[in-house]
Design a protein around this ligand. Structure first.
Ligand SMILES: Cc1cc2nc3c(=O)[nH]c(=O)nc-3n(C[C@H](O)[C@H](O)[C@H](O)COP(=O)(O)OP(=O)(O)OC[C@H]3O[C@@H](n4cnc5c(N)ncnc54)[C@H](O)[C@@H]3O)c2cc1C
Length: 385
């Protein structure tokens, strides 16, 4: 089937309904959440009522049964209003529910996928450790089989939603010498013996996303909570990040679009030298570049989502989308601040928050350097076109 650049009627309905919801419910609280840094449980509940917590999970497993383009549209609309809420949704949807849907047993789907897709529970993803982020195969958290359980020992850092999460998807190794072949994925409940939380991280942006260290001290995990087989963990982590990158590209689109909209409104209003600054060509060119780059990023992101829905390897396309959307978002946020002059630097102005929120999109779920590495590897082996 050819890639269609027009949205279907269903996509338009999703865009319009999520936009209206985000305007009415999510946006009014965004500045307060940013200031208080409190995990937005209310936003989560309202998003669950809107079926936004397991968007691509089939209805029989508690989800909305929608496609990847719908998901991208929804994350863009939510992130345009509040980037913190956008990433919390993205993690539960892409990084928690999707690997569970693909690799989970029937019992795991019943116990974990259904309540997380419905939004009754919040999911988190625990790959990164203090000693390794980009080089995930070097992780050191150990998993030792003892009868019908595994004992997990190690620390996971920067865990988004960690403060509020009910279940963690934890990656640990049965033997570090096996490198990526020793890595396993486990479903770890917050209440399992030996699971604890470190101190919450204070961050530059997405301040209320509940980032925390997850401390595993001989955490007792039933063997039935191993996702896939022993040694499947690295494959699961990488396949999962392909989908996650579509979520973060969509988050970047939302932040970038919000920055553009703020810049347009301000430039029409602000007077200098007796005229609105929007009448200066220097300002118009900034706006033109921002709008063009955001549109290009959206097309890359939708293409990646569309291809992912059809199966097969999509790393090239998800990495291109994430790389370009995050960098376009950062440029848009920087120029929006510039267009606001000194006011853009003041907390009261939305662009100040957008600038802080934008920066993380170039870092998590694979830094820009790692995306370039993936893209180069794929095109050098002839996967382009
Ligand atoms: C707010 C926030 C939320 C996060 N949420 C989660 C989460 O929910 N779950 C989770 O598991 N992780 C999460 N992370 C971790 C995030 O994914 C990592 O921080 C990121 O992947 C980079 O890893 P690192 O910080 O260890 O940097 P490093 O891997 O140490 O990289 C440092 C620098 O070296 C560069 N670099 C590394 N290797 C190469 C290379 N081969 N070639 C060129 N350059 C290279 C990197 O691009 C970077 O610029 C989060 C991080 C933050 C800040």
């Amino acid at each position: 089937m050819a890639f269609d650049l027009t949205l279907s009627r269903d996509h338009e309905l999703i865009r319009d309904s999520v936009r209206a919801f985000a305007e009415e419910v999510i946006r009014p609280r965004a500045a307060e959440i940013d200031r208080t840094r409190e995990f937005p449980v209310d936003n989560w509940r309202r998003c669950a009522e809107m079926n936004l917590t397991g968007m691509m999970v089939p209805e029989e497993h508690g989800g909305a049964g929608l496609d990847g383009v719908s998901y991208s549209i929804a994350i863009e609309e939510i992130s345009r209003a509040c980037a913190t809420t956008g990433v919390i949704l993205s993690v539960n949807n892409s990084l928690f529910c999707m690997p569970l849907l693909r690799y989970g047993s029937d019992a795991q789907k019943k116990t974990y996928l259904v309540p997380h897709a419905r939004g009754e529970k919040i999911g988190a993803y625990c790959l990164t450790e203090a000693g390794c982020g980009s080089d995930a195969a070097a992780l050191q958290t150990r998993a030792v089989r003892k009868g019908d359980r595994y004992l997990l020992t190690g620390n996971k850092v920067f865990v988004t939603s960690g403060e509020a999460a009910h279940t963690f998807l934890v990656y640990a190794t049965i033997d570090p010498a096996l490198k990526h072949k020793g890595i396993c994925a486990f479903l770890v409940e917050r209440g399992f013996p030996g699971v604890g939380l470190g101190k919450p991280e204070r961050k530059m942006g997405i301040t209320a996303s509940g980032s925390v260290e997850v401390v595993l001290q001989g955490a007792e995990v039933p063997a039935a909570n191993l996702l896939g087989a022993e040694g499947d963990g690295f494959k699961i982590a990488m396949a999962t990040l392909d989908g996650g990158r579509i979520g973060i590209a969509s988050q970047a689109l939302g932040i970038g679009r919000a920055a553009l909209e703020e810049a347009i409104a301000y430039s029409r209003d602000r007077q200098a030298f007796g005229q609105p600054i929007a009448s200066f060509q220097a300002i118009q060119w900034k706006l033109a570049d921002m709008a063009t780059e955001i549109d290009a990023a959206r097309l890359l992101t939708w293409r990646a989502a569309w291809l992912k829905d059809r199966g097969g390897r999509v790393s090239l396309y998800t990495s291109m989308a994430k790389l370009y959307a995050s960098e376009a978002c950062m440029r848009a946020a920087k120029e929006a601040m510039q267009i606001h002059g000194g006011y853009g630097y003041i907390n009261d102005y939305t662009v100040e928050r957008l600038f802080r929120d934008a920066r993380i999109t170039e870092i998590y779920e694979g830094t820009s350097e790692i995306q370039r590495l993936v893209i180069a590897k794929e095109i050098l082996k002839g996967a382009e076109g």
